[in-house]
Design a protein around this ligand. Structure first.
Ligand code: AHM
Ligand code: MG
Length: 332
């Protein structure tokens, strides 16, 4: 038989998320495997949600659920479906003792009081994009609980502060579905191959450009932005920066992470504390972007330094390439 090289006969499919998680676990002798299992549970829920998202138009699951969340925003059917999917996966996995979700006012106890971890999650971010087939995503943040294992989780388990995150990441349901996460040792991105039902490592050791030329904000609110931000936007226009705003935090941050740019959701006259939530939107994205070499601030201080007092606390967010974030801070 003629000699052949394997690679020319069949291109390798690459490293699955499962194998990547396992390797990371083996490299850390103290690891018990619980965090690995938790990440697998998140990936499983992400696959299920990606299935629902991709068929949304066929399944009559677009549109409103007829209820509002604690922020007074209409809950979409898919918001609630994603909430239940993640809740169920984390409950069944057994590593998570409680969850805080954008879709629930108070802590959701999973019944796994032996679980070491708590998870804060925005199950489906970018709600206004759901019905129109535009990118949406899931954001998650993992903490090791401080309350005694075996007892009930308490609010302070979630209010430890952004620096205490053990892991954080997002799932982007876009032109392809990606899971991007950090455990504090850099950032890695995985792309979903639906035909195999697996996430594969596609963006190893992701780093973001220090500089960039994209700015992303809801410019319709310009007149209500703080003066410093208005000046910054004027500079972006004068310098012929590119404006890109999808209206889904994850999609905007993801693009800027790869290409270099800055995302801004500042305080506005109507929302003096900004719109986005610290626990399950700002903290996880700030942790991840910093791990990729970028920066995040509320305009006054490093975002991860912000003291958190309430589960659904809001904050302004300026996040992205370090030199652009610094430029915004200087004008604030
Ligand atoms: P949501 O959690 O209700 O979806 O709101 C968060 C979203 C972000 O993803 C997005 O960047 C922002 O809200 C868009 O807000 P606006 O429509 O005010 O520009
Ligand atoms: Mg959200």
């Amino acid at each position: 038989m003629a000699s052949y090289s394997e690679e020319t006969v069949a291109v390798p499919v690459g490293t699955t998320l499962d194998r990547f998680i396992k390797r990371r676990q083996q490299a850390s002798p103290a690891a018990t495997g619980e965090l690995s299992q938790l990440l697998r549970d998140i990936a499983l829920a992400a696959k299920i949600v990606q299935r629902e998202v991709s068929r949304a138009g066929l399944l009559a699951i677009t549109g409103g659920f007829g209820t509002e969340n604690q922020h007074g925003e209409a809950q979409q059917k898919l918001d609630m479906i994603a909430h239940v999917r993640f809740l169920r996966a984390l409950r069944n996995g057994g590593e998570v003792a409680a969850i805080v979700s954008e879709e629930e006012d108070s802590i959701v106890h999973t019944g796994n009081q032996q679980g070491k971890y708590v998870v804060a999650i925005d199950p489906l971010d970018g709600s206004s994009n759901i019905d129109v087939n535009v990118s949406i995503g899931t954001i998650f943040s993992i903490y090791r609980r401080q309350s005694p294992i075996g007892g009930p989780v308490v609010e302070s388990d979630f209010l430890q502060g952004g620096h205490q995150q053990v892991a954080a990441g997002y799932v982007l349901y876009g032109t392809s579905t990606m899971l991007v996460y950090t455990t504090g040792q850099g950032v890695n991105g995985f792309t979903y191959d639906g035909s195999l039902g697996e996430f594969f490592l596609s963006h190893a050791n992701l780093t973001t450009p220090v500089d960039g030329r994209i700015y992303s904000c809801n410019e319709g609110n310009l007149a209500d932005f703080p003066t410093g931000i208005q000046h910054y936007i004027s500079q972006c226009r004068e310098n012929r920066f590119t404006a890109r705003y999808i209206g889904a935090l994850i999609a905007d941050v993801h693009r800027n992470l790869l290409k270099g740019g800055v995302y801004l959701y500042p305080a506005t006259r109507q929302a003096p504390n900004g719109k986005l939530r610290l626990l399950y939107e700002c903290f996880p994205m700030a942790f991840l972007v910093e791990q990729a070499g970028g920066s995040a601030t509320d305009g006054r201080q490093r975002l991860l330094d912000i003291p958190i007092e309430k589960l659904h606390q809001r904050s302004p967010l300026i996040i992205g390439s370090t030199s652009l974030v610094n430029a915004v801070s200087q004008l604030y």
